[in-house]
Design a protein around this ligand. Structure first.
Ligand SMILES: [Zn+2]
Length: 339
């Protein structure tokens, strides 16, 4: 997304801009932005570091046109250190270290899904250097829960004895997984849920039709950033309504081009909604009318556990085609058992 257009950073959704303004009005050298995924943790973190480093910041945040704002837009700011898993860096258009890029280009290894110890060492060294542009320095960590114990401890040392002019923003989608000592060193901010109206009009401003915006917002459980990823995934919004019954019928052709992690995500949502319906609660991701008849609860619970186990191995399946088939047949069994 933003790798195609670095300038897109400048256009934060209104609810992110509001939160940014309120955090900028407070003092703090380390923020922890927390909440479930899809609420814009990364956008808010970026908005904060842009404002901290900007040459002409206002109460609303960065100016958007100074040398510092430009350097961030083109991903070459000497006073900004971005600590992310390599997979995220690549997806969001941030350059890797020369060494890491060469190792990946030479196929010595795949991009890491964790924040690597080497990257953390570079970040510690970065925080001890003097600021190049004289507006201090910033370290952005996202998603912070992807640090292992070694990297987290290295960061903790720097947080405990911050070298003067460096500020931190940790953005997390699972803050409970962070070391308590890290959490206690940061000022916490819980991400706000935007209203449905605000989310829908933002999605439409990003190019989704009103009908698609509504479907994808529902499919993402009301999380606008996730809804935008779905809208841009190339999938047909209408197929979301047909998905539950296709699964009950074991129709693999309905999902044949899907990546296994996407299918697992959709099946987890379906499983959630079936369990909710079984307990007389409202479904969250699908419309009631689109769901198949409710099966017995025990198979649903079993299915939910299997999906969680699959989610852990879905990134590198032995055979993606076989994995799709087995996930669909498992869904069909669970949805048709004992009713
Ligand atoms: Zn600026």
């Amino acid at each position: 997304m933003s790798d195609e257009n670095p300038g897109i950073d400048a256009v934060a959704p209104p609810w992110i801009a509001d939160q940014s303004e309120s955090l900028l009005a407070q003092r703090g050298h380390a923020w922890l932005l927390q909440g479930p995924s899809g609420l814009g943790q990364y956008a808010l973190a970026l908005s904060l570091v842009r404002a901290w480093l900007c040459e002409h910041p206002t109460a609303q945040g960065a100016c958007g046109y100074c040398g510092s704002c430009h350097a961030i837009a083109v991903r070459t700011h000497a006073d900004l250190c971005v600590l992310m898993p390599e997979t995220e860096m690549l997806a969001l258009g941030w350059p890797l270290s020369e060494k890491a890029q060469t190792e990946i280009d030479d196929k010595k290894r795949k991009p890491s899904r964790e924040i690597r110890v080497e990257a953390m060492r570079d970040a510690v060294e970065f925080s001890q250097r003097t600021s190049a542009r004289g507006r201090g320095k910033a370290v952005l960590v996202y998603p912070a829960e992807r640090m292992n114990t070694i990297t987290a401890n290295a960061l903790l040392k720097t947080l405990e004895e911050p070298p003067g002019d460096v500020r931190f923003v940790l953005a997390s989608e699972a803050a409970h997984q962070l070391l308590p000592t890290i959490r206690s060193r940061c000022l916490g901010h819980s991400m706000q849920w935007p209203s449905e109206t605000a989310s829908l009009s933002w999605l439409q401003a990003q190019g989704a039709s009103p009908a698609d915006a509504r479907i994808w917002l529902r499919a993402s459980g009301g999380r606008p950033s996730d809804a935008l990823s779905l809208a841009r995934s190339g999938r047909d919004a209408k197929s979301w309504a047909l998905f539950p019954k296709a699964m009950a019928q074991g129709d693999v052709s309905a999902v044949q081009n899907w990546a296994p992690p996407d299918l697992i995500d959709a099946l987890q949502k379906l499983c959630h909604d079936m369990m909710a319906t079984a307990m007389q609660a409202l479904p969250r991701f699908f419309q009631s009318a689109d769901l198949p008849k409710v099966p017995a609860m025990p198979p649903l619970v079993q299915w939910s556990k299997s999906l969680m186990a699959s989610a852990r191995t879905a990134e590198h399946p032995f055979n993606p085609g076989l994995m799709l088939e087995s996930l669909v047949s498992q869904a069909q069994n669970a949805l048709n058992s004992g009713r």
